[in-house]
Design a protein around this ligand. Structure first.
Ligand code: FE2
Length: 150
C-alpha cells in the first residue's frame, strides 16, 4: 500500500465533508426561514445540487475510502460493522436527498402544495441525520487514516 495515499484520502474526505456541511447549513437556513423570505432561485439551484453533492461523497467513500480502510484493518470487526452500517445510511440518505430535492422544488415552484411546516420537518430530519453521520465518520474513520501516518 503506497504511503502517499493517506494524506490524499484525508484531503479528499475533508473536501467532501466540507461540501456536506455547507449543504446542511444551506438547508438549515431555508428551514429556519420557512415559510417566508425564501429565495426562489437559490432554492431551485440548491434542490438540483443536493443529490449530486451527497452522491459524490458516498461514491468516494465507498469506492476509495472504505476499501482502503478495510484493507488496512482486516481484523477490525467493529470497523467492518461500522462501514456496513455507514453504507446503509448512505443508501437511506440518497433516497431522502431525492425526496428533499423534489419537495423543495415543488414548494418553490408551487407545482404541488407541500406545506412549509412539512418541508421544514423533512429538511431538519435530513441535515440532522447527515451531520450525525459526518460526526461519526470524523470521530471514528479519520483517526484511522491519521494514525497510519505516525
Ligand atoms: Fe459517509
Amino acid at each position: 500500500m503506497s504511503s502517499y495515499a493517506e494524506p490524499e484520502l484525508i484531503t479528499l474526505i475533508n473536501r467532501h465533508h466540507s461540501n456536506l456541511y455547507s449543504l446542511c447549513e444551506s438547508l438549515e437556513n431555508i428551514a429556519n426561514n420557512l415559510p417566508r423570505s425564501v429565495n426562489k432561485q437559490a432554492c431551485l439551484a440548491l434542490s438540483r445540487s443536493i443529490f449530486p453533492i451527497i452522491y459524490e461523497a458516498h461514491e468516494f467513500e465507498e469506492t476509495k475510502l472504505f476499501p482502503y480502510l478495510l484493507k488496512s484493518n482486516e481484523q477490525n470487526k467493529a470497523l467492518i460493522n461500522s462501514l456496513s452500517r455507514l453504507k446503509f445510511e448512505h443508501y437511506e440518505d440518497e433516497t431522502f436527498a431525492q425526496e428533499i430535492s423534489e419537495a423543495l422544488h415543488e414548494f418553490v415552484t408551487g407545482e404541488n402544495t407541500v406545506l412549509a411546516e412539512k418541508l421544514s420537518y423533512m429538511l431538519r430530519g435530513f441535515f440532522e441525520g447527515v451531520r450525525r453521520h459526518l460526526a461519526f465518520e470524523n470521530e471514528h474513520l479519520l483517526p484511522l487514516l491519521k494514525n497510519e501516518n505516525i
